[in-house]
Design a protein around this ligand. Structure first.
Ligand code: GDD
Length: 310
């Protein structure tokens, strides 16, 4: 297939592009800057999604059969800091892409990337969240992703465009930047070991429970959804296993080469914290046969090793 990826040089994008290219797809990698541009045969397209006419031009020229829209502002803390920009990036660019697809490639399949965060307070129920559960987003990031997905589905439904809105729960792995809990912890441990900082690890709320999946399993879900015949709709991508942030921290501390002291950093505490997110991925499994394959501890360790090498 000819597949166009936005946010291609981001954390998830790099893994998606590599996997699609490996599987013999023709890949158009869209990114804002050249950093991390891919080698041939992947085609790099450097432009900013805020340039609507450029976006339309790119879709018209490349005529993708599939689009995976990964470009986003995806850090929850940053969304609190600047909600308008987060809303703007996450909703407007999604809509522009959908409109471009409708105009030039109405038979394409479009995967828009939302978030398990869209369920928000419903997570408190404590039961695995399926696509039928109501969404009660609790932060501007989650609201922006819910709005983006709804807008995409509304327009797509009216125009009969095949849109798959995925809701990945927390994902991580080698290559993820700081700002997310696992990379925040792993990077600090690596710096402490290198004696580049004091032996204090700064943490936020350790009581929250999240549903983590290795990024490579998440990418496998996206690729399966792209390749299989799948009807439009929302699909969760998650492990179904809740883990406390405390357990994640304990893992890193037990694998640290030197003793570390834990300190709560008030700037890492959230204004509005959802205590528990756990998802159900039966719909995805039924549609594509997907199941996560990687062991959580192995992925944590690999992530730590990646930060040690960095
Ligand atoms: N980032 C971060 N850093 N989070 C911390 C820290 C820390 O030092 N200490 C504790 N936490 C807690 C947060 O308060 C939250 O409860 C949990 O760890 C996970 O935080 P994040 O990794 O920032 O993820 P998130 O759950 O807010 O959002 C992530 O998951 C979504 C999918 O469910 C992001 O990856 C989103 O982009 C994604 O859509």
């Amino acid at each position: 297939m000819r597949i166009l990826i936005t946010g291609a040089n981001g954390f998830v994008g790099q893994h998606v592009v590599a996997e699609l290219a490996n599987r013999g797809h023709e890949v158009y990698a869209c990114m804002r800057n050249k950093a991390g541009a891919f080698q041939t045969p992947v085609k790099n397209l450097i432009f900013d999604l805020s340039d609507r006419s450029m976006l339309f031009d790119v879709i018209e020229r490349s005529r993708p059969e599939g689009i995976i829209h990964l470009a986003a502002q995806s850090i929850v803390k940053e969304a609190w800091h600047d909600p308008i920009t987060t809303l703007h990036i996450n909703t407007e660019y999604t809509l522009a892409l959908i409109e471009a697809a409708i105009r030039f490639v109405p038979r394409a399949k479009v995967i828009t990337v939302g978030s398990g965060e869209e369920y928000g307070l419903t997570g408190k129920l404590g039961e695995p969240l399926s696509e039928e559960h109501a969404c009660q987003p609790q932060n501007p990031y989650a609201t922006s992703k819910l709005a983006a997905g709804q807008l995409a589905m509304q327009v797509a439904h009216r125009e009969q465009l095949n849109v798959i809105h995925v809701r990945p729960f927390n994902h991580f792995g080698p290559g993820q930047s700081e700002g997310f809990v696992i990379s925040d912890f792993a990077s600090q441990i690596a710096r402490i070991e290198n004696e580049k900082s004091s032996s204090v690890i700064r943490v936020g709320d350790l009581s929250a429970r999240r549903d983590f999946t290795d990024v490579r399993d998440v990418v496998d879900a996206y690729v399966r959804l792209m390749e299989a015949e799948v009807s439009s709709g929302v699909y969760n991508v998650c492990s179904g296993i809740p883990v406390t942030i405390r357990e994640v921290l304990d893992f890193f501390i037990s694998h640290s080469k030197i003793p570390v002291e834990i300190q709560t950093d008030p700037s890492r505490l959230r204004k509005s914290e959802v205590p528990l997110f756990v998802g159900a991925s039966h719909k995805l499994n039924r549609a594509t046969g997907w199941k996560p394959t990687r062991k959580f501890e192995d992925s944590l360790f690999e992530t730590l090793e990646w930060w040690r090498r960095k």
